[in-house]
Ligand binder design. Structure first.
Ligand code: ADP
Ligand code: MG
Length: 332
């Protein structure tokens, strides 16, 4: 059955970054049918970009969770491919103009952990086979807060899954964001769901500490020392929460808890904190942020990385060695 009775009206450009543009749009059908949606439109028709968008649509279609953006369709509008999603009427966590209080932070992180549980545990709709899905780019600009207090994980553009379920394979670091990338990813080792747990640990740290976690050293001893120093610097959190953060930020992926265990621990933390009303908090904070335009709050803003990760991890430590080698060569 073929239906060609709908069309899309692009209403407002929400974001112009990355490989495409995201619009608030309306899908218009027959008999006055209209629905507000978000459409991520590719900028160009590069084969890899199109394959990536198809992967994003296919993977998203296999998850149904209140904290994961719902995909509606994959369409071709004129010459441009587009991913149609539910429209979320709120900013990314990176743009919130008010800092999140402790209980709200814990509740938001708990929702993200529940979303990760669904993502990591997703199975193929037809065969029931595990997809082995990993988000790989979890950061505050990829988590939206709606006016009604919903938390929605978005942007599965670089998510990975078993090769049977996707077209594009990449281990490139250009896909990921500085500060939120797990150490094993930086070393180019095989990735496990633990990379998302690490990223959530960095997000939770920023929320609770009120300042971002600084880039961590590459070597395990320095890495662990920096994590300990950062953990000691947060005020007013329980030993249990500190221990949870320590485990999420473990150097070895195998030492990190599962998403389900993080979600359970955070649910307990929320109730020990006396509960948290995300809906009531968002009702004030979201309109305030939208009215004030985008003003990123520091602890949560992340920088996208390109070759600069290599510059800081590989090139900078190599500079003294290069200078020494040049000096040796010249002094012969
Ligand atoms: N479903 C949606 N509803 C509302 N806004 C969205 C939606 N999806 C994306 N956006 C907005 O567009 C931005 C970029 O989308 P994203 O999927 O992260 O693409 P990119 O690859 O450019 O990072 C988001 O930070 C958010 O502000
Ligand atoms: Mg994004």
């Amino acid at each position: 059955m073929i239906d060609s009775t709908r069309h899309y009206e692009l209403k407002e450009l929400i974001s112009g970054g990355g490989f495409g543009q995201v619009f608030r749009a309306e899908v218009v059908g027959v008999e006055g049918f209209r629905k507000v949606v978000a459409v991520k439109l590719l900028r160009d028709e590069a084969i890899e970009a199109v394959a990536r968008l198809r992967d994003e649509a296919r993977l998203l279609a296999m998850i149904r969770h209140p904290s994961v953006v719902q995909v509606e369709d994959l369409v071709k509008l004129g010459e441009r491919w587009g991913l149609v999603m539910e429209y979320i009427d709120g900013p990314p966590l990176s743009d919130l103009s008010a800092p999140m209080p402790m209980g709200i932070s814990l509740a938001a992180a708990a929702r993200i952990a529940h979303a990760l549980t669904a993502i990591h545990g997703a199975v193929d709709i037809s065969s029931g086979e595990p997809l082995g899905m990993i988000h790989r780019d979890l950061k505050p600009s990829n988590v939206l807060l709606s006016r009604r207090g919903e938390i929605k994980v978005i942007d599965f553009g670089v998510a990975s899954a078993h090769p049977r379920f996707r077209e594009v394979e990449t281990h490139e670091l250009r896909f990921g964001s500085d500060g939120f990338i797990a150490p094993e990813r930086i070393r180019g080792e095989p990735e496990t769901p633990g990379v998302d747990i690490f990223s959530l640990g960095v997000i939770l740290y920023g929320l609770l500490a009120g300042s971002p976690l600084h880039a961590l050293p590459a070597r395990p001893e320095g890495f662990r020392r920096s994590v300990e120093e950062a953990l000691t610097a947060i005020d007013g959190v329980s030993d249990g929460l500190r221990e949870l953060l320590r485990s999420m930020l473990a150097f070895e992926a195998g030492d990190r808890p599962s998403a389900g265990a993080v979600a359970a621990a955070l649910d307990v933390a929320v109730s020990q904190h006396g509960g948290a009303n995300l809906r009531a908090w968002a009702a004030g904070a979201v309109p305030e942020t939208l009215a004030g335009g985008v003003s990123p709050t520091l602890p949560l803003s992340g920088r996208s990385v390109g070759t600069n990760v290599w510059a800081s991890w590989v090139l900078f430590p190599a500079i003294p060695a290069l200078i020494f080698a040049m000096w040796l060569a010249l002094s012969r």
